[in-house]
Design a protein around this ligand. Structure first.
Ligand code: FEO
Length: 170
């Protein structure tokens, strides 16, 4: 059984993961609009991954006998200065998500909820990977100045990304 505080904090996280999906979908639309089909595909895969994260929290709340309460999702931005700005905002967003996951771990510890603490460890590792992936794209973008032929090829590379949901452990 989840405590009320833990349950509410997890519901809040469902919202943030779904907002993340919404944000990346908005970024994908902006990319498609300016002719960056590969980056758009990368963002679509990222949106799918966030949707998966949201559902993972949702399923966990139900599994623990908690109550899922879906909260209102904010409207995401729909305009960015350029592709470097886009990925800087992505990194900022992922860092904010990392801080939220860490705060959730704090709540789990305060509530002496060991099961939720263990569940959250998957997300702690996932955030290390998420930030690293975005940092990597950002470094490449800065290297090529975010334009021209370099961007053309990076767009192709990023367009290869496909989201495959992790296979649950037996
Ligand atoms: Fe679900 Fe990108 O954090």
């Amino acid at each position: 059984m989840l405590t009320k505080k833990m349950n509410e904090a997890l519901n809040e996280q469902v919202k943030w993961e779904l907002y993340s999906s919404y944000l990346y979908l908005s970024m994908a639309a902006w990319c498609a609009d300016i002719g960056l089909g590969g980056v758009a595909r990368w963002m679509r895969a990222q949106a799918q991954e966030e949707d998966f994260h949201g559902k993972k929290f949702y399923d966990y709340i139900l599994e623990r006998g908690g109550k899922v309460r879906l909260l209102a999702i904010d409207q995401p931005p729909h305009e960015w200065k350029d592709v470097i700005d886009l990925f800087e905002e992505t990194l900022k967003h992922e860092r904010a998500v990392t801080a939220r996951i860490n705060a959730l771990v704090d709540v789990a510890m305060e509530e002496r909820d060991h099961a939720t603490n263990i569940f959250l460890q998957w997300f702690v590792s996932e955030q290390v990977e998420e930030e690293d992936n975005v940092n990597d794209v950002l470094a490449k973008l800065r290297l090529i100045g975010g334009r021209g032929e370099g961007l053309f090829y990076l767009d192709k590379e990023l367009g290869m990304r496909v989201f495959t949901p992790p296979v649950p452990a037996e």
